[in-house]
Design a protein. Structure first.
Length: 413
């Protein structure tokens, strides 16, 4: 379906409250325009071409693969699992709300069916869209994102699957163990796969979890930030991977024993500080610094802040409404940039619009669907304070409008 047709479809569903001419700050008037509907529009427009194709076994046939020159053959081996695993990682909490009689609930029911059919096809060795979980290094990454999705939506993406799909999914996850992770944030990908197997009642390797946890505790550099391996990197990998996966691996492990009970509390304290830092990075206009690797993941850079809101772990310094408003400004700015989608609704490489040269060699079309994790807070029900509290300024708006504001301080363990 072409993008203009999708706009017409979503308009008929009543979930296009904003005209294209609106500026980001217009979202935050005293009347508080319905941001949730806008977030749903963003998520479902991103998801529709991918899930419509995969649910019919036509993803490899229909999805374009944009990447650096000379990398096409390599990226085509891995890009489809990238696309599906990453989309599900962001979409899962919204799907887990389940269907209901509202317009959004009926729409969610449609996407639940698409996601479940897509899951069955993705892990079926006999399907044309069976995905690569073993060849090269990349499949470990996206097996982990898919595993994370299941932990975020256990009823929708696991318990409601039939026994054959569950068995195929377990085998696919186990097969990714042949990939040895490098000594950096990738240790958490192995740990997340094991956390899924633990959740599923399968034999799991506690050593892979323990190594990832211990090394990241060693790599902590202070004030809520972890190094990506022994060295610190100025980028958004604390949000793309490290803190969300570390928290949720520990949470799953703690459901089965008290081994990491104290560690979890330390990690959570640091995570709250990093949420503060992320919120402060959002400018009064709803932009943020284009620093470091993997910028084509767009507003996926705020997965951590969105997850902290989803799990009701925001620090006392952040009100849910200010986080909603800040994230909404970022999402709207990036989503409405010219060239985000191609003519058929597939994401294109870029940070703001279509910017092919901003991508590293490991970036391809499938990689881009990690933007969906910036929308995790859609897993909060519509009556949550995150959605219903009146719009309010976020930190940089308050400070740059001259409001008096308390001093900021680093944390210590």
């Amino acid at each position: 379906m072409e993008r203009r047709s999708l706009f017409k479809y979503f308009s008929l569903l009543g979930i296009m409250p904003f005209a294209k001419s609106l500026k980001a700050n217009d979202l935050f008037s005293e009347t508080d325009l319905p941001n949730r509907k806008y977030w749903v529009k963003v998520l479902t427009e991103i998801a529709s071409p991918l899930l419509e194709a995969l649910s019919k076994g036509e993803l490899k046939q229909k999805m374009p693969v944009e990447c650096k020159e000379g990398r096409l053959a390599d990226r085509k081996k891995v890009t489809y699992l990238e696309a599906f695993g990453r989309l599900m990682a962001g979409m899962a909490p919204w799907l887990e709300l389940g269907p209901d009689s509202s317009e959004e609930g009926k729409q969610r029911e449609h996407f639940i069916r698409l996601a479940q059919r897509s899951m069955k096809i993705a892990v079926d060795p006999k399907s044309p869209d069976f995905m690569n979980f073993t060849e090269g290094g990349q499949p470990l990454v996206d097996a982990a994102f898919l595993a994370h999705a299941i932990l975020r939506a256990p009823d929708t993406l696991w318990h409601q699957l039939d026994s054959v799909a569950k068995s195929n999914l377990v085998e696919a996850m186990k097969s990714s163990r042949v990939i040895v992770p490098p000594y950096n944030n990738w240790l958490l990908f192995s740990a997340m796969v094991e956390a899924f197997l633990l959740f599923a009642g399968e034999e799991w390797d506690g050593m892979r979890v323990d190594l990832a946890v211990k090394k990241h505790m060693e790599w902590y550099v202070g004030d809520g930030i972890y190094g990506d391996g022994p060295q610190f990197h100025w980028d958004y990998y604390n949000s793309y991977v490290i803190q969300p996966m570390l928290l949720d691996v520990l949470k799953e492990a703690n459901r089965h024993s008290d081994r990491y009970k104290e560690t979890y509390q330390i990690v959570l304290k640091r995570a709250k500080r990093y949420a503060e830092i992320q919120e402060k990075l959002i400018s009064p206009e709803g932009t943020f610094p284009a620093i470091g690797r993997s910028l084509p993941y767009r507003f996926g850079a705020f997965q951590h802040l969105s997850q902290m809101a989803l799990q009701h772990y925001l620090p006392e310094s952040l009100q849910p409404a200010q986080v909603r408003c800040a994230l909404s400004a970022v999402i709207k700015n990036m989503y409405e940039a010219e060239g985000v989608f191609d003519k058929n609704g597939w994401l294109q490489i870029g940070f703001y619009g279509h910017q092919p040269d901003i991508a590293e060699g490991y970036i391809s079309t499938g990689s881009l669907y990690l933007c969906s994790v910036g929308l995790l807070a859609l897993g909060l029900p519509p009556n949550d304070p995150f959605w219903i509290d009146p719009a309010t300024k976020w930190t940089s708006q308050k400070i740059w409008s001259g409001e008096n504001f308390p001093a900021d301080h680093a944390i210590k363990d």
